[in-house]
Each structure stands twice: as C-alpha cells, then as structure tokens.
Design a protein around this ligand. Sequence first.
Ligand code: ATP
Ligand code: MG
Length: 244
Amino acid sequence: MTQPAIQLTDIVRDYQLGKTTVHAARGVSLEFQRGEFTALAGASGSGKTTLLNIIGCIDKPDAGRVRVDGQDVTDTPLHRLAGLRNRYFGFVFQTFNLVAVLDAYENVELPLVLGGVPARQRRERVEALLESVGLANHRHHRPQELSGGQRQRVAIARALVTEPLAVLADEPTANLDSKTGADILELMAALNASRGVTFIFSTHDHHIINRAARVIWLSDGTVREVPPAERAAAPSFRAAGVNS
Ligand SMILES: Nc1ncnc2c1ncn2[C@@H]1O[C@H](COP(=O)(O)OP(=O)(O)OP(=O)(O)O)[C@@H](O)[C@H]1O
Ligand SMILES: [Mg+2]
C-alpha cells in the first residue's frame, strides 16, 4: 500500500460554548489516498467543516495525529501552518471567496504570484486551467460579471493552480441551483479522472453524495465509511436528515 496522502489518527476536537463542551470530532481515524474522490456527508453540525479544517491545517486537533504526505504536522506551530496549507492544499468554499477587484485570470494567478512563480510559468498554468474549467473566454471578467457556477469554476481553477496534494471543498455546491451544482460536481469528477486531482468535499446533497467514489458519513463527531451498496438506497440519507 502506498503512503496515504492524508492520515488522521484518533482526532479529537472539542469546542467550548460557555459551560457546554461540543464534541465536534470524537476520535476520528481516516486515510485518504492520492487520486481519491471523497464526499464527507452528514447533517448540519455533524463535524464536516471541523474535519476539513483539521485536514487543511486551518485548525489543530485537541488530540490525535495529522499526517500529510507522510509528514506528521500535528505539532507545527501556528505561524508555520499557513506555509503547509499553501504547499499542500487548494481550497474551494461555498461562497467562492474570489477577490472582487481581480478578473478571472488574476484570481487564478494570485496563488502563483504569492508563491513567487516566474511569469511565464504562471501564464502557462493559468491559461491551461481556465481552458480546462471552460472559462477561456471569460478571463477578463471580474467575479460580479460571472454567474455563480462560473465563479465556482474560477475558484476550482485557483485551487488547482498550485498543483496541491488535495483540493478541500466545503459545500462547494450549496450556493448553486441544482443543475449548476451538478455541473460543478461533474467538472470536479472530470479533473479527478483526467489529472488525478484528489478531492475531499463536504455536502448535504444526496445527488452529490451518490456521485462520489467514496462516501464518509459523519454523525455527531464520528465517521463511518458508507459501502456503495448502501449508497444506492438514497432514502436512507434522507431519513438521516440529508437534504434532497
Ligand atoms: N468555533 C466554534 N465554537 C463552538 N462550537 C463550534 C465551533 N465550530 C463548530 N462548532 C460546533 O461543532 C459541531 C460541528 O460543527 P461543524 O461546523 O464542523 O459542522 P458541519 O457538519 O460543517 O455543519 P454544516 O453542515 O452546518 O456546515 C457543531 O455542533 C457546531 O455547532
Ligand atoms: Mg460546515
């Protein structure tokens, strides 16, 4: 077995809310291999964002170990976490989070500018990615001149431009209508198939859950792998509180 891209071992994360302790992760152990296409599914409050933030070095666990590309990053001091984040991960958010004053091209280019990548290499990578997300003709549009689906395409290109170990997407389709959301998921699946991009994304939507190669069900801070046979029975997701 090759070394996992990401390995979580016995992850615990508690939040203190006044006198109440919220157990957002209760001893979670999971491995993600390179090239996987995984949905983290579960009701609101089940711990999806908590896990994505711990994987993406945005947050640290209270206990347990996090290994990224074979390196134990758990004890990395806070001021060095940003470096790990930029090196290993691309992020896609529900609300797109593009820079309003930059056009599509410049938004995708930004991580490379910040990373000091030379101009010619930047141009090659940005142009190729705009092409592969279907926005070659919209490169000079600013975010407010793009539809929601187009904005999310820009965000996906931006997440891929640094060639990260994995793209982490927290409810990437939640602000899109169902047709546009399905198109975005198809784009992610195509990038996974053609470029081997590793995607880990959270969702409430059972259509999207059923499209994932691997599904991890979160419930009250615990995780369970959902076998494909069980997934076909979408009603069980609805019964468990997942939006249709
Ligand atoms: N900063 C925080 N302070 C206190 N409690 C928090 C904090 N962040 C999350 N929680 C709690 O931890 C639990 C898990 O939250 P998390 O955001 O990971 O869930 P989620 O599955 O992403 O939910 P959603 O689908 O609504 O985004 C919830 O009970 C939530 O209220
Ligand atoms: Mg969330």
